[in-house]
Design a protein around this ligand. Structure first.
Ligand code: PHE
Length: 443
């Protein structure tokens, strides 16, 4: 593969691919339940702050580095360090990213598999069901979880094996418009069948009495995860960006679309939650338990439910491919392995680690790994609250302090004022906040 000439076709392909990476389970499953358990509006406000002042400057940096050095995160960081006469140890950011990608993919695929399974469960709904029992039935069977986990990871590996243009590009052009249309249908459904005004005030009128130090950590972790930052996915996609594409504008569109979809997911879910008198703070089971019982009750609920879980699965797929791409790109660019072989091998590793997450719903539910957390929650914690914030912190320090500013300026273009603004945030605001919030969890 010639990395110099491999480029997305047209400006919108990069935007669709990056938005496809960003919009995923984090937006439609994670954001609503975290907003629900953290008291609503205040969490939303802190989350928006994290996106804008931590996420956006780091996203600009990742895209800039990818676009200039055009490699996997490892070689991008290595080349970037060399050109700015910095230590080649900075490539550790790239290595951390490859590992984080495989770790996240391992549990992401288990969750996405449950979503795939739920498409069929919803379509088969006939009248009342006990949705708690249903969820327990789905998750108590290691074999059933294994089947869907395997299907999901095979689809991911197959797309990545097909390559950047015929795999990723073709897929996101198909999936992203579908996702957007399905989302609008879900919001219209919530508007008609739900209590829209109560949901609106729950999401947008902040009550700071529910805010603790943990709210900040959770909102920041969620912002990194949701924007796909700190592990090289966006950097890797930036490597296929056309050289004349604007970075500020593209970053703002991607971050904006990601935020829009998270908000729309809230507006699709909470109105029906409230209309049915269900508590918004039920946690990770919010969509699988609370929503399912509501779908069972709605007119045409089986179709609406089926569409909802299809939407969730599509969003998950366009994200999971970006979790696998950085490590596959690394092996392929070095000609160590072909893309299909690298893709099968790395997906196989993620599949294997995923078995731990899958078992944590049933056979391993009593085993704890980090603190009192089961395997799945430990992997989630490791990724969201350690690997991604640390990856993002080091990207910010590198881009702000180590990279030669004239290189950044040449790559970013635009006005002097916007450049100075980015530079100020990436030097003083983003890293300090990430570090502060990160350290806070230990005291
Ligand atoms: N952003 C994706 C989501 O919101 C998850 C993801 C994280 C994808 C990191 C790639 C890299 O679900």
């Amino acid at each position: 593969m010639n990395k110099e000439t491999l480029t997305w076709v047209g400006k919108w392909t990069f935007i669709l691919a990056a938005a496809g990476s960003a919009v995923g389970l984090g937006n439609i499953w994670g954001f609503p339940y975290k907003a629900g358990t953290n008291g609503g509006g205040a969490f939303v406000l802190i989350y928006l702050g994290c996106i804008l002042i931590i996420g956006l400057p780091i996203m600009i940096s990742e895209i800039m580095l990818g676009k200039r050095y055009r490699g996997s995160p490892v070689s991008t960081m290595k080349d970037a360090a060399t050109e700015s006469a910095s230590s080649s140890n900075w490539q550790a950011i790239g290595w951390g990213g490859l590992i984080a990608g495989v770790v996240i993919l391992s549990f992401y695929s288990v969750l996405a598999g449950i979503c795939l399974n739920y498409i069929f469960i919803s379509l088969g709904l006939e009248g009342e069901i006990d949705s708690i029992a249903k969820f327990q039935q789905v998750t108590s069977s290691p074999l059933q979880l294994l089947l869907w986990h395997t299907i999901f990871i095979l689809i991911t590996a197959w797309i990545i094996a097909a390559g950047v243009i015929s795999g990723i590009e073709r897929m996101v052009k198909l999936l992203m418009p579908m996702l957007f249309i399905l989302m609008i249908i879900m919001v219209v459904n919530a508007f008609i069948n739900g209590n829209f005004s109560q949901a609106f005030s729950f999401l947008f009128s902040p009550d700071f009495s529910a805010v603790t130090a943990n709210t900040y950590l959770s909102a920041m972790g969620q912002a990194f995860f949701s924007l796909s930052l700190g592990m090289g996915a966006i950097m890797c996609y930036g490597a296929y960006m056309s050289p004349d594409q604007e970075i500020y504008e593209s970053s703002a569109i991607v971050a904006g679309l990601d935020t829009l979809i998270a908000m729309l997911a809230g507006l699709a879910i909470f109105p029906i939650i409230f209309a049915y008198g269900v508590e918004p703070n039920s946690g990770p089971g919010l969509v699988f338990i609370s929503l399912l019982s509501i779908f069972a009750d709605l007119p045409f609920g089986n179709i609406i439910g089926g569409l909802f879980f299809l939407l969730l699965s599509i969003a998950a797929l366009s994200s999971s491919i970006s979790l696998l791409e950085p490590s596959v790109a690394f092996f392929a660019e070095k000609n160590i392995l072909s893309r299909p072989i690298a893709s099968s091998m790395l997906a196989g590793i993620a599949w294997f680690i995923g078995l731990g997450s899958l078992l944590s719903f049933n056979v391993w539910s009593e085993y704890t790994f980090i603190g009192s957390r089961n395997f799945l929650d430990s992997m989630d914690l490791l990724a969201n609250q350690f690997l991604l914030p640390l990856g993002g912190l080091f990207v910010a320090i590198f881009a702000g302090w180590k990279l030669n500013p004239s290189i950044a300026k040449a790559e970013l273009g635009g006005s002097e004022f916007v450049f100075r603004l980015w530079q100020f945030f990436i030097r003083f605001i983003s890293p300090v906040l990430v570090f502060g919030i990160f350290i806070f969890q230990f005291i």
